[in-house]
Design a protein around this ligand. Sequence first.
Ligand code: BGC
Length: 732
Amino acid sequence: MVAALTLQEKVALVTGQGMAFPGLPEDMQAPAVGSIENKVEGAAGATVAVPRLGIPSLVLADGPAGVRISPTRKDAPGRSFHATGFPIGTALASSWDRSLVQQVGAAIGDEAAAYGIDVMLTPAQNIHRYPLGGRNYEYYAEDPVVSGQIAAALVKGLQERGVGASMKHYAVNNHEWNRSTINVKVDERALREIYLKGFEITAREGQPWTVMSSYNKLNGPYTSESHWLLTDVLRAQWGYQGVVMTDWFGGHDAVAQMQAGNELLMPGTGKQRKAIVAAVEGGELDPAILDRNVTRVLELVLRSRAFKQLPHSDQPDLKASAVLSRTAGAQGMVLLKNEGGALPLPAAARLALLGHGSYEMIAGGTGSGDVNKAYIVGLPQGLGKAGFSNADGLEARYARYISQQKAKLPKTEWYLPQQRIPELELAPAQLQRLAAEQDVAVVTIGRGSGEFVDRSTEGDFSLTAGERQLLQQTADAFHARGKKLVVVLNIGGVIETASWGALADAILLAWQPGQEAGDAIADVLSGAVNPSGKLTDTFALQLSDYPASKGFPGKELLGPDPDAPSPFGIRTAREAEVSYDDGIWVGYRHFDTHKVAVAYPFGFGLSYTTFDYDGLTVDASSEGRVRASVRITNTGPTAGREVAQVYVSAPHGALQKPAQELRAFGKTDLLQPGQSQVLQFEIDARDLASFDSSRGRWVADPGSYSLRVGASSRDIRVQQAFEKEQESEYAP
Ligand code: BGC
């Protein structure tokens, strides 16, 4: 096939198409080639077809929370093309449930297939290095093991439906500020252990059909131009065999991208095509490299639904997906606090639903990780169906207030997070009346975030003054009558909780739980679902406790033209750099090792029941593997599920080691009161090692290791030592 292609056709195959619109600079236009324009309206892009050889065009669509396409089509007036909004990545990961996430992947795969999409641009799995990262909501965790395994499960689900995945953004795209130009400087140990490890797990376990390189530079070159990252590490060391595509308009030098092993340039521009043709003709690009890249793109084509000419209905089973989205939403919620049995709510309780967040559920984040869903279930609706009532007139009052306030906001583009409106101020007398008449107050704090911009500290990581006042006054009024205050956090990333947490009797971290939000939250508040999610991030006492706060997001290196226009007018793309001086001390590795007090530790989450851990067995006798098992018993009154985490403390050799590191995890089935389940874990001996940059190798020191199984990183229930007699060394 490659031999039959002309140079022009080869170049067309390695540069995509589909993005062309007024206002986009000439050299960035990527108009459709041939007849596929708008094959699937609103999809992110497509590859180019070569009809004379039967090579079809593949359609690529975002993204992590579901299929992002246009809900309407010019050629189908009156019809809708909605997709299901699933919970955000962080919420999915907080379920710690690989099988559930695989089901979500399969459901997204089914919808993609129904809409004629070949590759889904998900999972997004950069590490949560710092809470202010604008796209943390799409990503999974501060830890690479949970991140990598959850991503691998999503990939498996998608690909078992014949739709390709794209693990992104490879690598170190941990924040949005100057993302298209920033040089991230990070030492190799931190890179291997923290920032690449999750991708390694996903690549090895999930075998995604595609990888998306990131926008940023890594220790010098753009990731999309880094032969080391894309060829030496990804292919030679990890055995990856799929296609690497750029992020949209990512990188700079198309020829360097071809050489590095970035086979597909998306969305593909005329400028790139010209550059590649000229480089082949001028002898700067070895034609064999172009052929290699074309071959890999063709291998992807051969796997695709388009090549197999599979029909698509344009009618996905949205009802089935909605049920799964609701389940996943509830499974990802984390109960942070529950004093005096505040939750589950008493049956048929009369509620005072407060805070404008209670009337404006945030299903997910903005930007390419958004989904055009048909609806979002509101909290009053969800709670109403679950048998709870709200104070008379409150919903109407908030609705009026919200629409008045929104009318005053400056217009925000659809792809940017909406500005939040201030809290409605309620007079203390009104709150007292509500406290007299209603049984429980529920206050929802909402936060949106999304692509292109990082979050801010004031009024985003921290509460606004209005939110604090609402919490304080509600707590005063309800507590004065011996009634409870429940806080629901409808947020996409970590916020500050330490300064106000004491006001609440219960705090439910609902995340952004997808389109079924109100029902999923009601499921947990009512006790229909016993919460079993656990944190995949540490909630620190304050932002400055995260080591990355020093120097975040980086510094601009004002070059010759600091005001050069950026592609969409919103993405600042000035030369900048950031140094990850925190090294491996990300998340609990820092907090646990340096004994820093936290609001909620990594892995933490309460349940309406209690669990005992016992019967730990550890078998380190076989080469290459450590096996462990633990029995978990539901010792409380309610059926529930428990997430158990396996941490390993390693002896100190030449390298400094974190106090412990997550090496495995498991989740029980729904255990009835008194019921037990034995969870089994396997740790590859290689995963006991740390990366010794001076040797360029993974090294596991000899000595005494401790395997610690816990309900959170700060709640280790059982542990056992095992010995390793000799040092082991592994090639990267
Ligand atoms: C985002 C990617 C996305 C792509 C296509 C980019 O702006 O960074 O995550 O897949 O657009 O929409």
